[in-house]
Ligand binder design. Sequence first.
Ligand SMILES: [Fe+2]
Length: 296
Amino acid sequence: MTSSSSGQIVAGCLAPHPPHLIYAENPPQNKPRSEGGWETLRWGYEVMQKNLDALNYDVLVVMTPHWRTYVGTHLLGLPHFKGISIDPVFPHLFQYNYDLKVDVELSTAISDQIGQAGLPTKLMKNPDFRVDYGTIISCHLVNPLWNKPIVAISTHASAAYFSPDVMQEEALKLGMATRKAILGSGKRAVLLASNSLSHRHFTHEPPLPEDMSFEHITNHSQYLWDMKMIGLMKDGKSKEMVSLIPDFTEQAISETDSGALTWLMSAMDFPKIPAKVHAYGTVIGTGNAVVEWSGI
Ligand SMILES: [Fe+2]
């Protein structure tokens, strides 16, 4: 794959972060208790987790939609963050005690490369900073032991404040900057794009959130868009898939507005191998795929 004599991107993943998937698993870090639910997605994550573990990677690098920075791109810049994360939309499902380590050396290297690409960037050095739930959920689902350091990259809200095309241009540059930094780092990195696909969700929740008899895609047009994007991933047509992201973002109200999927594909230099799609499923009506690109 994207290798050099020093550093390597050993895998890249689409790793969405519905808090429901943590709620359903009842890990000790999360306070609310559940009776299960969303097994297709959770079992897909289990397979991907085993595949990634076998790659013996050094660091997880995640781009998250829920750390929105309005001036440039920020990265966690202290070695340790600890606190409680509460999902603002689903506080009854996600109240998670996190305790995570950051690879500050790699955060700094990526930030430096972003700066050299001419984009504003900053390291977050407030020890009381509350790490966002996108970062926490995606990292937990691929590494519930939290035994690897992470790098977390914010998303600049350029799709909302400018346009999806501006987002796309920036995310392509951020991907290239991330790639350069990793190749020069001597580390084996796994990249995570922490976003759902189609993202229009129900405005009402069933009395029991994990009652799967209520779960389905919000509408068929979203399903068709999701299948179009996943089909291109499976066919190894990542460049064509990325070219559709601005339209997909607008028409499917997709969480690709964050730029995370564009960033991932750019950082991996647009993989041509078929993606491994471990699962597709809906969460309160949104479309979610667990996808791995590895073995290039
Ligand atoms: Fe989200």
